[in-house]
Design a protein around this ligand. Structure first.
Ligand code: ADP
Length: 248
């Protein structure tokens, strides 16, 4: 049964900076096809967790598994990226001088399986892949526009499209709707919901209305460990979560 296959398993991860535990025996499991939100106050360890998954930070102890068996803590950042883990940071990074289409084309060719085709004409199949992605990120009409002229929200969608061109199995997204308009935020929620199932998503987010719109399971981090997890309404009603957010 595919719906219960684990895509990510963190097993007792500890990361210390000068003796301070940014992650403290953090354990968490994400199922394949899930859309998981990670919330928690500043300093809870959300960024450090993403850094461990992508190989940017090596834990002092604990393991991070991709699928059932692949140990991420033994791999380099590029190896992890090539295996199908895509990360998007908070600020959009697109090639501002290139068109939307060219940005997606470049992202597709950055995949080492098709890199040798860098100077070759696009095949029909490659064009179709770009068209499908343009539709998905709602930028079909902007395909020939220079990326620098897009709105902030459109740039974020383009960067997500660039990640999709590399066919990731797991997408890690850091505050994707920060700075977006309400309308853009709503469209981003629709996009993420449509990506779940086919992809697995881990979203670090502060915007609770966006977290609610995503509708998935929520994990609350606090002082480097999981404080609570479950549906948003349950974690919001959890005494310990209320204490952490509102002070005591
Ligand atoms: P969050 O993303 O939830 O705000 P972080 O993972 O960025 O939390 O940080 C967790 C804790 O670890 C914070 O107290 C932060 O100051 C500390 N920290 C993070 N990275 C470093 C680093 N490179 N050196 C020292 N301390 C760090």
């Amino acid at each position: 049964d595919l719906s219960h296959k684990v895509i990510l398993y963190l097993d007792g991860i500890t990361v210390s900076f000068d003796g301070f535990r940014a992650l403290n025996e953090l354990s968490l499991t994400v199922d394949a096809g899930e859309l998981r939100c990670i919330i928690g106050p500043n300093g809870a360890g959300k960024t450090t967790m993403m850094d461990v998954i992508t190989g940017k930070t090596r834990p002092d102890s604990g393991k991070a598994y991709f699928g059932q068996t692949i140990d991420l803590t033994r791999m380099t950042e590029p190896e992890i990226a090539h295996m199908g883990i895509g990360r998007k940071f908070q600020k959009p990074t697109v090639f501002e001088q290139l068109t939307v289409f060219e940005n997606l084309e470049l992202a597709m060719k950055a995949d080492k399986r098709v890199r040798r085709a860098l100077f070759a004409r696009l095949s029909d199949e490659q064009r179709d892949r770009i068209s499908d992605t343009l539709k998905r990120i709602r930028l079909t009409d902007a395909a020939d526009r220079v990326a620098g002229l897009l709105s902030h929200g459109q740039k974020q969608w383009l960067e997500i499209g660039m990640l999709l061109m590399q066919e990731p199995r797991l997408l890690l997204l850091d505050e994707p709707v920060a700075g977006m308009t309400d309308d853009e935020t709503e469209r981003t929620a629709e996009l993420f919901v449509s990506l779940a199932g086919e992809h697995s998503l881990v979203v670090v987010e502060h915007d609770m209305s966006f977290v609610e719109a995503l509708g998935g399971k929520v994990t609350v981090l606090h002082e480097g460990s999981v404080l609570a997890d479950g549906p948003l309404k349950d974690v919001q009603a959890d005494e310990r979560v209320i204490e952490v957010y509102l002070g005591r």
